[in-house]
Design a protein around this ligand. Structure first.
Ligand code: SF4
Length: 247
């Protein structure tokens, strides 16, 4: 891992920014096998923060095959804007072919999103995490009922095994959506242009839609399902007990 540069924390503009930088600096200092999970939306704030601390920021992104064209272009814009090692992960071709052959391309509207997300997101993530000891996410407590009280560091009970413990860092846990957008504008951070068309939470094209100014951002995701079930499995332990390492 590249050298950490703690003195760069001195230019933090807000307490939240300073806290997030401290969490990231600690994470990069403790783990060599660590990477940022980048969803292609406002998670770019994590990359901007990390780029102030380390060189060649390790980043991976889950390409489900169903992302918006704007998101793919945005990924490449981020690759060109920051010193990142951006790894794009794809689903297992055999599992995907079986799902589409047996259930078609829109089974999630009928059967719920769990099966499709398991193939397009969870399996590639599990494969990647097998080679890491820690990962960093952009989860915020105010994003949904399943993300309230997210600690900044936790044992990842969903992806750890009996022989391989994995830690998950959530440096933006205490940030609000307004904090994120203040940071993006203040530091001129690139963002997904879909946000300017009313999308506030951006995932796959069929499962994301714009929301109104008085709607919660997660109302734009899997709107046909119960809010308490709105996790894709990346953060499955949000709907189960967790062990907090550092709140
Ligand atoms: S968000 Fe929708 S399209 Fe994307 S993996 Fe999940 S169910 Fe499939």
């Amino acid at each position: 891992m590249a050298e950490t540069l703690s003195h760069r924390m001195a230019d933090a503009a807000t307490p939240g920014e300073e806290h997030a930088l401290a969490v990231l600096e600690d994470a990069f200092a403790r783990f060599d096998r660590i990477a940022i999970s980048f969803s292609g939306a406002e998670d770019v704030v994590l990359i901007d923060l990390a780029a102030r601390l380390v060189e060649d920021v390790p980043v991976f992104c889950l390409d489900t095959g169903r992302l918006h064209a704007e998101t793919y272009r945005f990924l490449e814009a981020v690759r060109g804007h920051y010193p990142v090692e951006l790894e794009v992960l794809s689903p297992d071709a055999g599992d995907l072919a079986r799902l589409v052959r047996e259930k078609g391309l829109f089974s999630f509207f009928r059967d719920g999103h769990g099966e499709c997300c398991a193939i397009r997101k969870i399996e590639p993530l599990r494969r990647r995490l097998a080679g890491l000891d820690a990962w960093i996410t952009g989860q915020r407590a105010d994003q949904s009922v399943t993300r309230a009280d997210r600690p900044v560091e936790q044992d990842d009970l969903a992806f750890s095994t009996s022989t391989h413990a994995i830690v998950k860092f959530n440096p933006l846990s205490a940030w609000t959506g307004a904090d994120v957008w203040d940071y993006i504008r203040r530091r001129d951070v690139p963002y997904n242009p879909l946000h300017d068309r009313g999308f506030r939470s951006i995932g796959c094209e069929p499962c994301s839609r714009p929301v109104g100014p008085h709607q919660h951002e997660r109302e734009g995701r899997w709107w046909w399902e119960n809010p308490a079930d709105k996790e894709c499995g990346l953060h499955a332990q949000n709907v189960a007990p967790i062990r907090i390492v550092n709140g």
